[in-house]
Design a protein around this ligand. Sequence first.
Ligand code: IFM
Length: 467
Amino acid sequence: MTTTQFPEGFLWGSATAAFQIEGAAHESGRSDSIWDVFCRVPGAVANGDDGEVACDHYHRMPEDVALMHELGLNAYRFSISWPRVRPDDAAFSSEGIDFYSRLVDELLAHDIQPWVTLYHWDLPAAIPDGWLNRDTAHRFAEYAQRMGEELGDRVAHWITLNEPWCSSFLSYAGGEHAPGHTSASEGVRAAHHLLLAHGLGVDALRSVLPAEAQVGITLNFNVVDPADPSSPTDREAARRIDGTSNRFFTDPIFRGAYPEDVMRDMAGLGLEDCIQPGDLALISRPIDFLGVNYYNGSAVTGTPDDAPAPQQEANGRRRGNPNVGSEWVQFVSRGLPRTAMEWEIQPDGLRRLLERLHTEYTGPAGIPLYITENGCAMDDVPDEDGFVDDQGRVGYLRDHFLAVREAIAHGADVRGYFVWSLLDNFEWAWGYAKRFGIVRVDYDTLQRTPKASARFLSSVISKGLGD
Ligand code: IFM
């Protein structure tokens, strides 16, 4: 261990996503994404918020990079807005691409490694049928290749997709995210096409990137436990959610096959019909790292005879159930402290997750793990200068850093950590009501003010974590 008590070269960064921070929704020729369209659906997003201005990062990018430099970050994970660089699913836009080229140059000039995510949910609305359309995966590969050609001389780390569970099951079955559909079979279809896009994207990137470039994917994980470990039905419920949330993605990527138990759980939802010869070989193309997004764990209960969880309503809009094939599973509280998202705080879940991934998936493949997102929304209260003394977030981060350190001590090959998020931003269906930033954004003035958690992260980077 070095003075930072993390391995030599451990990367400390922050993460954001285009739709959540950029704004400038109609500049550089950008066309609508499915999220722009979804924001216009009454009740889809809290307070009717949208991404028109967001944090205005598009105009304030140099200021934001300078801020990261002041905080001592060595890496920045951002996403490219597909409809900004290829508006209307038509010709590529040199003006749109130029924004990301300038961002990369600015980062490198400040000694900050750029980590590019190609797809963080803002699909061009012009693509017919979105992820239900198999051809969208091929369009993704074209877009990936072009971005690789444009930025590959300066960007060494590439993430194909962010959290495909969210852009499939939560979006097409759960109805909570764009496009807001509530069909279990659509969720499955979208998920397979996203995985296919990942595989095609890996090939497309490798065809244009230098040999040493690193290509991976970011998955969100649910560390799920039976509410009563002695109950066979609760254990079955946990197996089910682990299957649909985690193994549905890790198994095809690392083992070239969907898990048999999950295929059985999802019987009748059309997964087999989506799979064409060669798909799984593409999906399991070797990758160079796995990005891990972790926020919380959960405890589950229920029996297969239970009625499905009732359809939920949010903002007066009907929602579906993203746990396709296992709608009867209920999530229960363990009485742990919660964040402002009502997510239970469970840092040890991160340690367990990293150790499991290393043992079952990435260790055997000989590739490292990076935490590409971790952080929390808290009910921040600014003082009169806009400063937020967010000790709750500081505690959350410290406990998760300790969990990472422990996983590393137990042998997990974890090489970096990106806090979600650099800035308060557009938290999807929650709009601007939930704040995840280590830097406060005043949405009236767009002024940025680092919170206590930003200072804490800086001090961990420069001086280490302590015990
Ligand atoms: O804000 C999101 C991010 O876009 C994807 N991962 C989870 C974050 C918090 O919900």
